[in-house]
Design a protein around this ligand. Structure first.
Ligand code: SF4
Ligand code: SF4
Length: 355
């Protein structure tokens, strides 16, 4: 009860801050989706990589974007997060990251680590990478099956070890996306993670986005979500740096019990992204359509789009959805996550606040 009261107090303050952000957005995280090419074929890929072809931006265009952002956000540069696809497959990756680093940006990356040899880990150190998130989605046979590549698990584990061996990166995170079937492997995975000198292990339930929509049988039930949270809570009590992601408001009891921060969807208020074809959006987990894409970098300057667009993200969504309007948590939640928000119907598709 004490915890609930404390959470209530802080979430009220956060609500004031959230409303301020709608009027005065502050860019903190800028994602660059360098490529949609990928050397895996994950069944839950949010971007449906390899299914879609688009003309990628060339390195000179990316460098010009870096120059613009440096100029327009001087004094308050966002962190740049490199994603894909698999970003290491982008031709000119090393040259581009050298440019980002020498331009004064802190940068991080999401990778499947298949190609992180000792030489690539050395290159990542040289180009100033600060943080990295690598995916391990299950024990060896499960990981290989879900990622569509035999031998992927072994190569990824080697890649993680190559990163650890450099002893220089600020934060190495392993991310695991669990589903209805793989939830049973968490204890086994825990033992594996304990044997790795990583900084954190983030576990998230599969979300109804991207390719995961094609496999509804693997969706997490409320019971699964509950088991996942209980697992994370118990391991955190044992001091394992395991955490849940930013994905959802979890109710007054659970907020802060599975992660170190309160829910506040940052999409379009603190987070933006530039996609491989130059489209500008909020968070890359959000489906891409005529409402969520805010413009294209080939036509307008990023800062101009950031300043003048993003209206679809900068309002209290709980006012738009009938169920949210009647919800006692709306002040703490604000209508939930943008990646599960139906932008056409203005409705929240996923709410796990009461499980
Ligand atoms: S859209 Fe989802 S993944 Fe992105 S910042 Fe919001 S809650 Fe997090
Ligand atoms: S009903 Fe809406 S406002 Fe209430 S907790 Fe769920 S998503 Fe948030």
């Amino acid at each position: 009860m004490e915890i609930e009261k404390l959470n209530e107090k802080y979430l009220r303050k956060l609500n004031v801050y959230r409303k301020k952000l709608y009027k005065e957005p502050t860019l903190r995280q800028l994602f660059f989706e360098l490529t949609l090419r990928c050397n895996e074929k994950c069944w839950h890929c949010g971007s449906r990589c390899n299914d879609v072809c688009s003309e990628e931006l060339d390195i000179e265009t990316w460098k010009a974007i870096v120059d613009q952002v440096k100029e327009d956000f001087e004094g308050k540069l966002p962190q740049i997060n490199i994603t894909g696809g698999e970003p290491l497959l982008y031709p000119g990756f090393e040259e581009f990251m050298e440019y980002v680093h020498s331009s004064g940006f802190r940068w991080g990356m999401t990778s499947n680590a298949l190609n992180i040899t000792p030489e690539i880990a050395e290159m990542l150190e040289r180009t100033g990478m600060a943080t990295i998130s690598v995916s391990i989605d299950g024990v060896e046979s499960t990981h290989d099956r879900l990622r569509g590549v035999r031998g992927a698990y072994k190569r990824t584990m080697k890649g993680i070890q190559n990163l650890i061996d450099r002893q220089c990166f600020e934060h190495i995170m392993v991310t695991t996306v669990v589903n209805h079937e793989t939830l049973a492997e968490l204890d086994e995975l825990y033992e594996i993670m304990c044997g790795l000198d990583i900084d954190s292990w983030r576990i998230i339930g599969v979300e109804p986005i991207g390719r995961a929509l094609d496999r509804p049988e693997l969706a997490m039930t409320d019971e699964d979500q509950s088991r996942l949270f209980e697992f994370i809570e118990s391991k955190r009590r044992e001091d394992m740096p395991v955490t849940y992601g930013c994905s959802h408001f979890l109710g007054l009891k659970r907020e802060l019990s599975v992660r170190n921060f309160y829910f506040l969807c940052q999409a379009g208020v603190k987070t933006a992204s530039i996609m491989s074809n130059g489209d500008v959006g909020a968070c890359l987990d959000i489906e891409r359509n005529h409402i969520t894409v805010q413009g294209n970098i080939k036509e307008r300057r990023f800062s101009e789009i950031w300043k003048n667009e993003f209206k679809a993200f900068r309002y209290d969504r709980s006012e738009a959805d009938e169920k949210c309007r009647a919800c006692g948590n709306r002040e703490y939640c604000g209508g939930g996550a943008c990646h599960t928000w139906d932008f056409e119907a203005k409705k929240q598709r996923v709410c796990i606040a009461d499980i």
